[in-house]
Write a protein that binds this ligand. Sequence first.
Ligand SMILES: *[C@@H]1O[C@H](CO)[C@@H](O)[C@H](O)[C@H]1NC(C)=O
Ligand SMILES: *[C@@H]1O[C@H](CO)[C@@H](O)[C@H](O)[C@H]1NC(C)=O
Ligand SMILES: *[C@@H]1O[C@H](CO)[C@@H](O)[C@H](O)[C@H]1NC(C)=O
Ligand SMILES: *[C@@H]1O[C@H](CO)[C@@H](O)[C@H](O)[C@H]1NC(C)=O
Length: 962
Amino acid sequence: MASLTYQLLSVTVFLGAVQLISGYSFNNCIEDPYSDGQSFNCVRRKEKNMPAIINDLPPSAVSLNISTTPLWHIPNKSFVHLPNLQHLKIDNNHVRIIDQFAFQNLSQLKSLNLSFNNISELIPSVFKDLHNLTYLSLTNNTLKQLPEGIFSTLLNLDTLIMRQNFLTNFSGIAESVSHLTNLKKLDICFNNLTSLHHSNASLPESLTTLYICRNNLLTLGCKHSFLGFIQLLDLSYNPRLPTTAFQGVNLSHINYLRLRSTSVNVVEFLNISNVNAGHIDFSGMGLKNDNLLKELCKSLKRKVKRITKLGLGNNGIENLTKNSLSCCPNITVALDLSRNNLKSTSCLNFLNTQTLIKSFNAEHNHLTSLQSCKTQNMVYLKHLEELSYRYNRILSVSYYAFYNTPNIKTLKLNINTIAFLHRKALKGLKWLTTLRLDNNLLTDLFIDTFEDNVNLQILNLRNNRIAVIFNGTFLSLSKLTTLDLGGNKITYFQPSGLDGLKSLSKFYLDGNNLKQIDTSFYHVFQDTLTVLDLQSNQIRFLNAEIRSPFMNLSKLTDLKLDGQRPHGLTVLPRNFFHGLHSLKSLYLTNNNINYLAPDAFDDLTGLHFLTLDNCCVGVTQLHPGVFKNLKSLTKLIVENMGIQNISKEVFGNLTQLHTLQLNRNVMQSIDVDALETLPKLHYLDIRNIPLSCTCKNSLLQNWTVHNPHVQVVYLYNLRCPHDKKVNFYNFDTKVCYKDLGEYLFISTAVVIFLFTVTPLLHVKLYWKIKYGYYVFRSWFSEQWHRLREEEENCKYDAFISYNSSDEKWVMEELVPNLEGNESSFKLCLHHRDFELGRDIVDNIVSAVYSSRKTICVVSRNFLRSEWCSLEIQLASYRLFDEHRDILLLVFLEPISERQVSSYHRMRKVMLKKTYLQWPGSDCTNPTQAQELFWYHLRRAMRTGSRLNTEENYKSTVSLSSM
Ligand SMILES: *[C@@H]1O[C@H](CO)[C@@H](O)[C@H](O)[C@H]1NC(C)=O
Ligand SMILES: *[C@@H]1O[C@H](CO)[C@@H](O)[C@H](O)[C@H]1NC(C)=O
Ligand SMILES: *[C@@H]1O[C@H](CO)[C@@H](O)[C@H](O)[C@H]1NC(C)=O
Ligand SMILES: *[C@@H]1O[C@H](CO)[C@@H](O)[C@H](O)[C@H]1NC(C)=O
């Protein structure tokens, strides 16, 4: 019977121990799988409650993003368990209330983003603990004002963003940042400020970047020197800000000033301000005609000889003539005419006096064609390197359109409607390295289109209407590394259509109408190609036995074959990827594959990433061994493949697999053995799988909940398919651990047995069983901790077991005498040293086992106390069964053996062991007797605890004579 009890107990204790190992999944967050426990995203959850969102995150968290949730309140001490946080984003929620101590303990925090919430008020000391904060964003809230001292402790703050609020009082803002000697950037655009009036506060000298756009400034109203250290000042979109506001304001450090959409008159402004005229952006200042431009140029020229950039965007300029910019100082780098109404560039003739320009931008205008510039009297711009005509309506580009700008390196003609690119349009551009022709209406490329562009490295022709690549089209482009032909209508390449591309590394052909993978690829690109994108073509195989089209592409690292229209790849032929030993990423999603050759992936020994999401018709089953050579694979996506069964045979050899996404499959159970063959698995997504909540999955449940290495995405939200109210992680599995019949038989037998025996036991053996149980527990925990304990020294010299009625003696006599200066033993007293909140029995067990001795202060009250008996039981257990002599008995009052006799075990101890009798005040010479008592007690405490020899017994026993 005893052994049965012990077995039951051992099962209980064992299960208890297992519960301690906690799993590795989070209620509302996902750990970034490669962040090593540092980065967490809690995004798009329905949870309102901050603790419920983040309570289960580990203290290793460095970066936390809580976004798009209904969270409205950040309570006190929300993050005390995350003391290592450095980056905290709580944006796009509904936060209204932040408690005073919400950010307590975040002394390591570097950035805090609270943008897009509903914060209208802040408690003055709410950021008090954030000494290390460098970045704070409060963008798009409803702050009307800042409380005094709100940033007082943020002395490391570098960037402060308060855009899109309702702030009206600049003075308060200036005051709250004036002491921030590290502040560099302040953004208060989109508020309701009317002036920069600032009473006595000044801005810190470190502040160089100040954005005050989109307010309601009527004046500046600041002192002469107030903006004296600002380098970048944005005052745009303050429609009522007049020129006079700048009278007497020092802007001498400015190197970029934005004044668009204000009421500032440029010419007057240049007259009254000390700003460096070359550093003003003249965009959006109404300089729409020649007269205004000429006036500007003259004023500029009075101030400076040359300027690096002239920004004239968004001025409504329609025409520029030879005279428009002729009075301007020399522009040495860039002229920006974007977002005007230019209808023609006239071969840039208006730059007749500005031939030093390196970069010209006429994006977002109304250009409809680029004329030929091989004419007489055209301006020759030999320094021009960058030319952009993006976002126009250019339909045609004539021959020699860039004849007068022969040295351009970057030409952007993308996002137009170019249908006609003359075959000699790009003639002469031999230094061109980047050519953007994407998003046009090109249908044909001619053999001589790129003839002169021998240095071209990047050619982007995406989203045109090219159908055929003719022989020799790219023959001159031996330096081209990136060719983007995606989004065209290419059906085929003529046999030598790709000849000449000797350096091509990245080749994008996605979104075309290719029906097969051209065999010319591997002739041409043998040792250069690294990226090949064939996504969304019309490639289809009907035969499993073909020659691999990728042979010899030994450098290829990325291959995309996903989404072949309209039928999908259909068959993934045998040895399809033959020779791709360097391949790292392979995309095969959305392909309707109904035959996937068992050896298809055999050559991909270097593959790191494979996605087969929705690649295969639902019924395709993966062949055993299909992944057998993928020894480098770290991420595998097999979502929505109709997988019915995860087996070792299929998934077994993925020894490096770190991330496995199994969502949206149809298996009802997952074999834990199969998962355990993936030693590096760290991240498992099994959402939207009809995993049944039955005994088939009891091991899986246990594995997902307790595996400390694998994050199961949103485990606690997985529901049982039969009843959405039941959770997968805690569905009832008790019934699964035994066969039901056996289970019923045993439970009935046990019940009957207990009914018969319990009354008997209760009468006769109650205490014995109870002691037996605790003795067992002590034995168990002792076994459990033995190794550890034998290494470390005992925490205490003695554990004092006493009844509370004897506390006075313990505190006034025992403690001073043993812990006092001359002896300095370390004592364990339950009211002082027990761990709060821990089970009292556990506390006693650990006290006895972490003390060298147990001193029992025996009085009549003590003998009546159950817990003290337990303590004796434990200590005497160690005496009898372990031969560790740890028990010292101190009798406070004379107790006859008869009185002890009912405490059978105590009597045994008394017979075997020594005990000390406290000489009470009624003995003849109390002081001396007591001194002797302490002497003996201390000596007894110093003796070793191992019982080795008979001698040891005798010497201690002799003590009892005193
Ligand atoms: C601020 O960060 C540095 C290192 O980044 C650290 O040494 C220092 O202790 C932090 N300061 C506070 C107040 O925690
Ligand atoms: C905040 O953003 C929303 C939309 O994102 C916008 O409608 C609203 O005006 C913004 N609030 C402020 C104060 O600019
Ligand atoms: C801005 O302030 C003015 C008064 O200064 C007030 O009339 C207006 O409603 C405010 N606008 C907003 C959006 O708070
Ligand atoms: C621009 O030039 C065209 C003719 O080239 C002329 O009709 C038009 O009036 C001019 N516009 C302006 C604003 O000068």
